[in-house]
Design a protein around this ligand. Structure first.
Ligand code: XMP
Length: 305
């Protein structure tokens, strides 16, 4: 485990040396990795950092407000409302890799505009060690690695947490004094809720997934999962009131892991599972059933797409 205090001093010195008096920009995702990278860089170079948060419409419940609150101390915080542009770009797209690609491209477009406006010379990224390993092995196109951006000609890329594992990043977050909601936050995939709905991304499916993720995170907090969420995996018949309905199927997933590369499905007690089921079906007219995913990684992945 890295010593957080000395890591912070060394990282700041390295950032200062790399960036000097020039301008840097970071894309904040709401997760702990980019938050730590942003906080470290802000401590190192202050107002020379612009932090851009793009609301893709695929974020967790309340995430945008949370970001605005947490990073209110940064003058350079920019919140971009791009929900409609992302949903528009995703219309009709059903292939999982194509979805990731479309999101990555749209993200680059949004970000490039901001980077040009900020006159940024350096790009800061919250890439951590397991991201690099998965990306090198090409297991899947992580949109936060290697995909940003070629039109803006950055002088360099700054990756202050590139050698850390997730638990080490959390340790650094605590040492930096970031709020618990950031330091203890579960990882969330770059493409957001788009990989938690199977097939085409529609506003309705995203809303169901967002609500399910919120319920699951709340109800499973005491299990301290590495990640826990709900995903929309299809449609099935159900009965609501006196009517048969063809509603969404939500799969609940809760896993333990150290780095996301392998994971174990958690054993959850029946009563808790039933409470989750009852909230998700009760609070959403269009959800017909809830299932629990018992598959480890491998053979499954953590996310659904
Ligand atoms: P999988 O689904 O491959 O996920 O078992 C492993 C870990 O990576 C997260 N994940 C992503 N993170 N961009 C990210 O930054 C992505 O495109 C992406 N896809 C998956 C996932 O949530 C899990 O923690």
């Amino acid at each position: 485990m890295v010593d957080a205090e000395s890591f912070i001093e060394e990282a700041k010195a390295e950032i200062r040396e790399q960036v000097g008096d020039e301008e840097a920009i970071i894309a904040l995702s709401g997760g702990v990795d980019s938050s730590v990278a942003a906080a470290l860089t802000h401590e190192a170079i202050g107002e020379h950092l612009t932090a851009v948060y793009v609301d893709t419409g695929l974020m967790r419940k309340g995430e945008t407000d949370q970001i605005e609150e947490t990073f209110a101390f940064m003058d350079g915080l920019r919140v971009v409302h791009a929900e409609e542009r992302f949903l528009g770009a995703l219309e009709g797209v059903t292939d999982p890799e194509e979805k990731r690609h479309v999101i990555g491209e749209q993200f680059i477009r949004e970000f490039e505009r901001e980077a040009t406006e900020a006159g940024a010379d350096y790009l800061v990224q919250g890439t951590i060690y397991p991201d690099r390993i998965e990306s090198e092995g090409n297991i899947k196109s992580h949109h936060n690695v290697g995909g940003l951006p070629d039109v803006v000609d950055f002088e360099g890329i700054v990756e202050p947490v590139r050698d850390l594992y997730k638990d080490e990043v959390r340790e650094v977050a605590r040492e930096l004094g970031l709020e618990d909601i950031i330091s203890e936050r579960m990882p969330f995939p770059g493409p957001g809720l788009a990989v938690r709905v199977i097939g085409e991304v529609t506003e309705e499916k995203v809303e169901v997934a967002r609500h399910a993720c919120h319920v699951v995170e709340e109800e499973l907090e005491e299990y301290e999962p590495w990640q826990a969420f709900g995903a929309v995996i299809g449609k099935a018949t159900g009965v609501k009131g006196d009517n048969r309905v063809h509603g969404w199927v939500v799969s609940v997933r809760s896993v333990e892991s150290r780095d996301g590369m392998t994971a174990r499905a958690q054993e959850i007690d029946w009563e808790t599972l039933q409470r989750i089921q009852s909230r998700i079906t009760g609070e959403n007219d269009n959800v017909a059933r809830v299932v629990y995913d018992v598959t480890h990684k491998p053979p499954a992945t953590i996310e659904y797409e």
